[in-house]
Design a protein around this ligand. Structure first.
Ligand code: ADP
Length: 740
């Protein structure tokens, strides 16, 4: 029983346990089921939402689609309108227009382009560019000017093969001109434009004709001016020459004033004529440069010396600073270079009341051996207001202000100067401060001339070791110091005579003293006298802008013996060099013997001078100019007579007028040179010309003449040639030479 009971209990317990387990399993299954059910319902909700979204998106897409469709329609209609407008425009322009595709087949062309072929052939879409060219050539649509149509066709097809097609002009048999402009488009199309340029070509031809006519008129004007200048110069020669001679005679003060006014007015008139003539030559492009070797430094000094009297009158100092490391000889047109320098320095003197005018030349040597020179002319004058600076370079332009009105001038100088410098390959500029001064400068490329200056090849050594320079002006002291230092001298600078005396009293010794003359406090002459009195025996050079006055003062003060020399400022480097050489070999060696050993001057004959001149007044002027000279003078009335007299009288020198009746100067010179040919004879001939046109010098020299002088003649120039060509067997012709 117990056992059964136990069994039953165990069975019951097992059943209970099973029941418990099944309950748990059921619970778990229930939970699982609940989870599934929830997930399912969530999925259903999500899908419903997705469906709703999809439905609303579909609705909006439908709206968009219809918008796109309407936009497309609109765009298509705009494109159609644009195309129509474009074609309307292309049909309206008178130029021909065509487009070819990448295979060079015609896509489209406007009527203007197509009408070109009208009457010959009807072009249609698809026709090739090549065929178009062939049709144009073969149907005589182009005036080929005798060329082979095939050649032209080849040339034109080769032309469009280039990436960048050059425009070309073709002429039609009707005389019309078409400009063909072709360009490759970005899509490989060839766009062709044909412009009718007949009107502009005709206009160009008319302009050319007008220009030719104007140039001819200009040439005529220039020739007229040249002739006028000749006509004016000839009588002016009489006026200026006679006034010159008159000034040398005894006169009352009034008469002298009148005569000098005639002379200076005549000279002023000649300057104006020359300016006008030069300008007209430049305008007519007939101005030419004649480059030749010349000494630029000497040229600059000569200009300075010429302007010295005007500067001295106002107490202006003229200074030159020529870069010591530059050669002095260059190749350029010396006459024109002198003209440029004269204009700039002349203006500087004219427009400066006090102070100084400094001309400075510096330069650099370029790789090819030429020099780039910078020449500046600086003054301490009235200056130029900035608004007038460009104006003054124009022709006939002057600064119109109260301060300027009192100055004379044509207003052509700077215009001519700028053009001349331009012709030399340079440029001109100005810097100026009103009331303080101006600095005109120009730059020119110049080739140095061989041989270089003799300074580079010293013959006599300079033995002087130390020099004292006395000058109140700093620029002068600096320039002299640099010049002397290049010759190996040690230089002591003093600002005044008093300072110089102090230095010497302090025990300093020198081999040479260079002193300015006009200095505040004590003059150079007084300084020289005091040094001599103090027992200083070294050479003393007096530097002055007015050597004659200094000479006079030296004579009057009995101080001439104190000086070893007087030099005119500005001093030429080569002159200073020669003076230093001369002072190095003191006591001086006897000068070169002037006379041939066999005869005294009295035993020698007169020099024979022939002047060929057809104008009686000019003959008279010439005779008066040489009246003091010891020469035999004869006149010939024309070229033929000159040649005859050359044969019969054997002159030592001939002055030959260029324009003479019967036989002119050039012909006569050619005849003489022809007769001399083959012999050792060569009579020097100096041409006299009033005709200062470009090319004259060339034709004069080509005719065999050696020199030429422009009228009005200057006594000094005539004297120079007479002295230069006096043969050794003749007496010295000039009065001062005879006095020696
Ligand atoms: P001109 O001297 O005959 O009047 P230019 O052509 O040489 O003619 O000069 C034109 C003008 O330029 C002068 O009239 C003057 O007004 C001005 N000018 C030229 N050089 C100077 C200078 N150094 N200082 C001041 N003004 C000057």
């Amino acid at each position: 029983m117990l056992e059964r009971l136990a069994k039953e209990r165990r069975a019951r317990l097992a059943a209970e346990r099973l029941l418990e387990q099944k309950k748990r399993e059921l619970q778990a299954a229930n939970q699982q089921l609940a989870l599934h059910a929830r997930a399912l319902s969530e999925q259903i909700v999500e899908q419903r939402q997705g469906l709703a979204r999809a439905l609303s998106e579909a609705a909006s897409l439908k709206g968009q689609n219809s918008q796109v469709l309407s936009d497309l329609e609109h765009a298509t209609s705009l494109a159609r309108i644009a195309q129509t407008r474009l074609w309307d425009a292309l049909e309206t322009v008178r130029d021909g227009f065509a487009v070819f595709d990448g295979d060079l087949r015609l896509v489209a062309a406007n009527r203007a382009w197509l009408t070109f072929f009208e009457g010959e052939i009807a072009l249609s879409q698809g026709v090739t560019y090549d065929a178009v060219l062939r049709i144009a050539a073969q149907h005589g649509l182009i005036d080929l000017d005798g060329r082979d149509p095939l050649d032209w066709h080849h040339e034109m097809t080769a032309r469009i093969r280039r990436a960048q097609i050059e425009p070309c002009v073709v002429r039609l048999p009707s005389g019309r001109h078409l400009n063909l402009i072709d360009r490759w488009g970005s899509e490989g199309d060839l766009v062709c434009l044909t412009q009718d340029i007949t009107a502009s070509i005709r206009r160009e031809a008319e302009l050319q004709e007008a220009r030719d006519r104007a140039e001819a008129a200009n040439r005529a004007k220039s020739a007229f001016l040249a002739n006028m200048s000749h006509e004016i110069r000839t009588p002016m020669n009489g006026v200026v020459g006679m006034a010159d001679l008159l000034c040398e005679t005894e006169m009352t003060e009034d008469q002298r004033l009148f005569a000098e006014t005639i002379r200076s007015s005549g000279e002023a008139l000649l300057t104006i004529i020359n300016d006008v003539l030069d300008y007209s030559r430049i305008e007519a492009e007939r101005m030419q440069l004649y480059p030749e070797p010349f000494d630029l430094e000497r040229c600059l000094h000569e200009v300075m010396l010429l302007l010295q009297p005007a500067a001295r009158e106002k107490g202006l100092k003229l200074l030159v600073d020529f870069d010591l490391f530059l050669p002095t000889r260059f190749i350029a047109d010396p006459g024109r270079m002198r003209q440029v320098l004269t204009n700039l320095i002349g203006n500087a003197v004219k427009f400066t009341a006090s102070g100084h005018v400094l001309a400075r030349v510096v330069g650099i040597e370029l790789a090819d051996g030429t020099y780039e020179l910078h020449v500046t002319v600086e003054d301490t004058g009235i200056g130029i207001a900035p608004e007038h600076v460009e104006h003054i370079f124009g022709q006939f332009n002057q600064v119109d202000s109260a301060s300027n009105r009192k100055f004379e001038g044509t207003g052509l100088g700077l215009a001519i100067t700028r053009q001349l410098i331009g012709m030399m390959g340079g440029s001109l500029w100005v810097d100026s401060v009103p009331g303080e001064g101006s600095c005109f400068g120009f730059r020119v490329p110049l080739t140095p001339a061989e041989p270089r200056d003799e300074i580079d090849r010293p013959s006599t050594p300079i033995r002087l070791k130390c020099a004292m320079v006395v000058d109140d002006l700093l620029i002068n002291r600096v320039i002299l110091e640099r010049q002397l230092e290049t010759y190996g001298l040690e230089v002591t600078l003093c600002r005044s005579a008093a300072e110089a005396l102090d230095v010497i009293e302090g025990g300093a010794t020198f081999d040479l003293v260079l002193t300015d003359h006009e200095m505040p406090g004590m003059t150079g002459l007084d300084l020289a006298q005091q040094l001599r009195e103090g027992g200083i025996g070294v050479p003393i050079l007096l530097l002055t802008s007015d050597p004659e006055a200094a000479q006079g003062a030296a004579g009057a003060a009995q101080g001439g013996g104190d000086l070893s020399g007087i030099m005119q400022k500005p001093i030429l480097r080569s002159d200073l060099f020669r003076t230093l050489q001369a002072l190095s070999c003191l006591p001086s060696e006897p000068g070169p013997e002037a006379l041939p050993p066999d005869r005294t001057p009295e035993q020698r004959r007169q020099m024979r001078v022939l002047a060929a001149e057809d104008n009686r007044t000019n003959q008279l002027v010439f005779r008066k100019m040489v009246k003091d000279f010891d020469i035999a003078l004869e006149f010939a009335w024309n070229g033929r007579e000159a040649v005859e007299m050359w044969r019969s009288w054997c002159p030592d020198l001939i002055f030959m007028d260029i324009s003479m009746p019967e036989m002119d100067g050039r012909e006569a010179a050619r005849a003489i040179r022809g007769a001399e040919a083959g012999s050792k004879l060569h009579v020097p001939i100096v041409a006299l010309t009033a005709h200062a046109m470009t090319g004259d010098a060339e034709s004069i020299l080509a005719a065999g003449m050696d020199h030429y002088l422009t009228k009005p003649l200057k006594k000094s120039a005539i004297a120079e040639y007479i002295a230069e060509h006096c043969p050794p067997e003749a007496r010295p012709p000039l009065p001062d030479e005879r006095d020696d």
